[in-house]
Design a protein around this ligand. Structure first.
Ligand SMILES: Cc1cc2nc3c(=O)[nH]c(=O)nc-3n(C[C@H](O)[C@H](O)[C@H](O)COP(=O)(O)O)c2cc1C
Length: 197
């Protein structure tokens, strides 16, 4: 059965991105086994830049990142949700992403895959919200997520980006956003099925 990992990157358990990701999980569970990872419950150090990963392409820092990585590797889909903090992803999300430098080392230094020639093995959905309405609100986060997904051989299949949401639960005033997330959860399963063929 298709396995999807859903990563909650907000410090708020019932915040806007969490509510949206919950809906996507609900949709995805109609066609896949979905495992949820709440980053604020985990102990994950940022990258310490010691390059212990140079030997085997695996991060040597022993903390909760190791379990998350195992789950990524066993999955065919990743659904990541992070609010916009200072025009970037949240610190919880960024720490997880930095630790995936070990995968960058594996792919581009150890296995020497020419950039852009790796075949995607996974489909990725990114969910984000911000309080303001600026045109470039998601630009920084989108670049970060694109390169994060690349080291996980994951194609950024869809990004659901909603502006103007600030207080906890603001997204509940927009059932259309929640519906869109639910549909995206359902669709990512179909996309994965097509990718497997
Ligand atoms: C530390 C911090 C930084 C933020 N930076 C931005 C920002 O740069 N732009 C913006 O539009 N909103 C910013 N916000 C507002 C959040 O993006 C907004 O409240 C969002 O709804 C939070 O999502 P969540 O409920 O999923 O955590 C910031 C909030 C915090 C706490």
């Amino acid at each position: 059965m298709t396995k999807i990992i859903a990563v909650y990157g907000s410090p708020r358990r019932k915040g806007n991105t969490s509510l949206l990701l919950k809906k996507a999980v609900q949709g995805a569970r109609e066609g896949a086994e979905v495992e949820e990872v709440v980053l604020r419950d985990l102990q994950i150090s940022p990258c310490l830049e010691i390059y212990g990963c140079k030997e085997k392409g695996r991060c040597v820092i022993q903390d909760d990142f190791q379990g998350v990585l195992d789950r990524f590797e066993a999955s065919q889909g990743i659904m990541l949700a992070s609010p916009i903090f200072f025009y970037a992803v949240s610190a919880h999300t960024k720490m997880l992403i930095e630790r995936c430098q070990s995968l960058w080392v594996k792919k581009y230094w150890i296995e020497k895959i020419p950039y852009g020639e790796g075949k995607p093995k996974r489909k990725g959905l990114f969910i984000s919200v911000g309080a303001t309405k600026g045109k470039k609100l998601f630009d920084g986060a989108l670049l970060t997520v694109k390169y994060f997904f690349d080291v996980l051989d994951t194609e950024l299949w869809k990004a659901l980006l909603n502006r103007g949401l600030d207080f906890e639960g603001d997204v509940l005033k927009h059932p259309e956003y929640l519906e869109e997330a639910y549909i995206a959860g359902k669709e990512i399963c179909r996309e994965i099925e097509m990718m497997k063929q």
